[in-house]
Design a protein around this ligand. Structure first.
Ligand code: XIL
Length: 379
């Protein structure tokens, strides 16, 4: 593996040093005029370009509200991303707020934003244990569950049919600590429809959109602890079974919410898992990558180095697999990240999990991600 020490030494000098004297890191020579008030050097490629040189898509999660409320962030997405994914706007409770009422306005806005800036969009998410509306429990009982699932998936997918790159058809159906032999999470869908809800969802999805890649998106796959190892084993069992029975699944999403606490990730067992997924003919997407820094000291240089090292190690490992087609961060700028709430630091310092700081300047994580793309084999 190329030396991480190398990355650290060189980049701390070139990156952090430059940042602390307000001269930003080298930045994309996109030639686009920017009127967001953020002034930067424009001498380097965007993450989109670094990725596309290796045949990869790079992108990030956002939503109508944060992009319309922050011009500098919207400009950054246009510069850096080849694909966007709605962080929340397509979740069940947002897109289907009443039993017979759908609201596509926010996701439509995002699709229009993507299309008008030559970006793709992916769909997140259709069937999940979370993000259900208040009306769900009152309306969806066992006799109606199948019809309700069909109706929701068909309506939402038809609305975007032929326009989205991929869809997270099922989201986090497994749970590392599940007491069940099949590893399924105790989700309302499981209670209502039994374990078949997964294949039902994929069949409905394929009927509704023939073009989008249909994905099983899963969390906590990359760790080396026993629950994650068990989860990978059970996940593979599921994937083999679905493929054997010709269930229309095209890809898996590995969320990749990483934690810079020094615990081992992306080890031998994980690499074997990736190869076995490839052998099944499935594509892989890194769908929600970020790095929690709440266990690291407050010092920004120390924290940024730990975050960048983990990004590099993780991506360098994952991208060796040529069936990985896309890498998405869960947010792009540290100014708008879900980790500000879910992994807030005890010292109240702002978290720094993403490739750009809150002023839209690239952090050391940017360099680590760019370098991992550069080192990846082409596809
Ligand atoms: C998160 C969003 O980022 C938050 O804004 C929201 O409040 C909760 O959901 N795995 C997923 C995503 O699949 O949908 C989650 O997104 C993060 C974890």
């Amino acid at each position: 593996m190329p030396s991480l020490k190398d990355l650290t030494r060189r980049d701390v000098l070139a990156g952090i040093g430059a940042m602390t004297c307000t001269l930003a890191l080298p930045f994309p020579a996109s030639g686009r005029s920017r009127d967001s008030g953020v002034v930067r050097e424009s001498t380097e490629k965007s993450l989109r370009e670094h990725a596309s040189r290796r045949g990869l898509l790079y992108g990030a999660a956002a939503g109508k509200a944060i992009l319309t409320g922050n011009k500098a962030l919207a400009d950054l997405f246009v510069e850096q991303c080849g694909i966007v994914v709605p962080e929340n706007d397509l979740k069940f409770k947002h897109v289907h707020p009443k039993p017979d009422e759908y609201d596509f306005s926010k996701a439509d806005w995002l699709l229009d934003f993507a299309e008008s800036h030559d970006m793709k969009m992916r769909g997140h998410t259709l069937v999940c244990h979370e993000f259900l509306p208040d009306w769900f429990d009152d309306v969806v009982n066992e006799s109606k569950a199948q019809r309700r699932m069909e109706e929701h998936l068909t309506r939402v997918m038809h609305h975007f049919a032929g326009k989205l790159h991929s869809w997270d058809v099922v989201n986090e159906p497994l749970e590392a600590e599940s007491w069940r032999e099949d590893g399924l999470r105790d989700s309302p869908w499981l209670k209502l429809l039994g374990p078949d809800y997964i294949e039902k969802a994929f069949h409905i999805a394929r009927d509704a959109d023939k073009e989008a890649l249909l994905c099983w998106n899963e969390n906590r796959i990359q760790n080396e602890d026993p629950p994650s190892t068990r989860k990978r084993t059970l996940f593979l069992k599921w994937l083999r079974d679905l493929k054997r029975r010709n269930v229309p699944i095209d890809a898996i999403g590995i969320e990749s919410h990483l934690t810079a606490d020094g615990s081992p990730v992306a080890g031998e067992n994980f690499k074997r898992f990736l190869r076995e997924v490839a052998d099944l003919g499935l594509k892989l997407l890194i769908t929600e990558m970020d790095v929690a820094d709440d266990s690291r000291p407050k010092d920004v240089a120390v924290r940024d180095r730990a975050v960048a090292q983990l990004y590099y190690h993780y991506l360098h490992t994952v991208l060796k697999q040529k069936n990985v087609i896309a890498v998405l961060n869960w947010g792009l700028s540290n100014g708008t990240t879900w980790l500000a709430q879910s992994k807030a630091r005890a010292d109240a310092a702002p978290v720094r999990p993403l490739p750009f700081d809150d002023q839209m300047n690239p952090t050391l994580a940017f360099k680590a991600i760019a370098r991992a793309f550069d080192k990846a084999p082409g596809r």
